[in-house]
Design a binder for this molecule. Structure first.
Ligand SMILES: Cc1cc2nc3c(=O)[nH]c(=O)nc-3n(C[C@H](O)[C@H](O)[C@H](O)COP(=O)(O)OP(=O)(O)OC[C@H]3O[C@@H](n4cnc5c(N)ncnc54)[C@H](O)[C@@H]3O)c2cc1C
Length: 387
């Protein structure tokens, strides 16, 4: 730890005596993968007041330190050109700042993260009221969904249904609220819509940042607006869903790391709650069999339909390719393993390092390139220095 962070730590503890702040603190426990070295400074914010207070403090600090480009990079992956946009990390200003939700989509390097890591657990759900006039505004974007062996994996078609003719209700959710909690709480209040995202272990902030997909739905299908803290201006800004460009696993926030999501307002339904609960339960029952929690979710995105047609003449999922085309299911490097439950989930068997995990990613990536000329895109976000 440099002297700069030593000073910063002492100042933070002085200014925020009631906050949970640590120095040189291991990040592994804050990820589903349980991998990652220490943060120079780790702050665990427990409510939106704490989250905003720290962000304001950091804004002022970075005003003093000048704004500059992010300098840390993710790993160069097998076959990847240098300087790929996706490898950028959340480094803002001269003091690097990284926001963590539930750490369910990240691989943190063994050397950890420099600067400040904020784990945001600010949790709050406010039901804003019925907006029946919004009834017809729901637009389902339909994610591409493909499983080659539905008998083994997930049969979404059997549980999918349309509830867009139900009355709409707006709900404001703080970014650190765990998605599973929000789903259950809202269903108990008779509010439906989020059941498609059952078993996704992220926070609402992470779900917004990533534009998660569940079944055939994107999270953005349900977003009305988002409030952010702008680390460049120190101001709170509101973005309406339609002002932003949303795509499969892509949101505006990924290209704008100076915008920290404080809360997301959702447009949900006063729908058929018993049916939605049954859907949630069916979805969980299927996923629990094939999606191990000691992972960061899917290792790779599925290849495009065009690429699959070119290589095989039909669509194939990444799990199927790793399992049946590469025969790599169960392969282990150090403590990282291609799961026996689902070949597109790479797990930590207990002692995996980030280096092990990356080696497994690179093995699959290079074999897919060599054998089929395909570039698989990792879904996990790399945080820290992998050089
Ligand atoms: C078993 C399992 C199943 C999964 N299933 C799915 C699935 O079906 N569909 C799917 O899409 N994903 C899935 N995932 C991946 C993951 O759960 C989601 O991407 C989730 O939304 C990540 O949220 P998080 O809070 O854990 O984010 P983190 O992993 O903590 O962070 C991810 C990124 O979001 C940024 N971020 C987090 N909060 C904020 C904020 N408040 N402001 C700005 N940036 C922020 C972080 O800086 C980081 O870059 C799965 C993961 C697991 C382990």
């Amino acid at each position: 730890m440099t002297k700069q962070y030593d000073f910063l730590y002492r100042d933070l503890v002085n200014q925020f005596p009631d906050f949970e702040i640590h120095q040189n603190h291991s990040l592994a426990p804050y990820t589903t993968l349980r991998i990652g070295g220490p943060a120079d400074i780790f702050i665990h914010t427990k409510n939106t007041f704490q989250f905003k207070s720290i962000l304001k403090y950091l804004y002022k600090l970075n005003q003093i330190n000048n704004f500059s480009d992010r300098s840390e990079r993710g790993p160069a992956l097998a076959g990847e050109p240098e300087g790929s946009e996706d490898r950028k990390n959340s480094l803002i200003g001269q003091i690097p700042i990284t926001i963590l939700g539930n750490g369910s989509n990240v691989l943190i390097s063994d050397s950890g993260l420099r600067g400040i890591v904020i784990k945001n657990s600010a949790q709050k759900i406010q039901i804003l009221g019925d907006e029946t006039q919004l009834k017809s505004h729901f637009q389902r974007s339909y994610t591409q969904r493909h499983e080659d062996e539905p008998e083994k994996y997930l049969d979404f078609a059997k549980i999918d249904y349309d509830e867009s003719d139900s009355p709409v209700v707006k709900v404001k959710v703080a970014a650190g609220t765990p998605l599973p909690y929000a789903i259950n709480y809202l269903l108990d209040q008779g509010i439906t819509g989020l059941q498609w995202f059952a078993y996704i272990p992220g926070t609402v902030g992470g779900a917004t940042w990533y534009n998660i997909h569940g079944g055939a739905y994107h999270f953005s299908d349900y977003i009305h607006s988002i409030r952010c803290f702008n680390l460049q201006t120190g101001k709170i800004e509101k973005y309406r869903k339609n002002e932003l460009n949303w795509k499969y696993e892509k949101s505006y926030f990924q290209q704008n790391p100076h915008l920290v999501i404080l809360e997301t307002t959702l447009k949900l339904f006063l729908g058929d709650a018993p049916r939605a609960k049954a859907t949630r339960d069916a979805w969980i029952a299927q996923k629990v069999k094939v999606q191990p929690m000691n992972s960061p979710g899917s290792a790779f995105a599925n290849p495009s339909l065009e690429d699959c047609i070119r290589v095989w003449g039909e669509q194939k999922s990444t799990g199927f390719i790793i399992d049946h085309e590469l025969n790599l299911k169960g392969t282990q490097i150090g403590g990282a393993q291609i799961s026996l439950q689902h070949a597109n989930f790479f797990i930590n068997t207990g002692s995996a390092t980030a280096k092990d995990y990356l080696a497994l990613i690179n093995l699959v990536k290079s074999q897919t390139k060599e054998k089929f000329g395909l570039d698989l895109e990792p879904e996990v976000k790399f945080l820290g220095d992998f050089s």
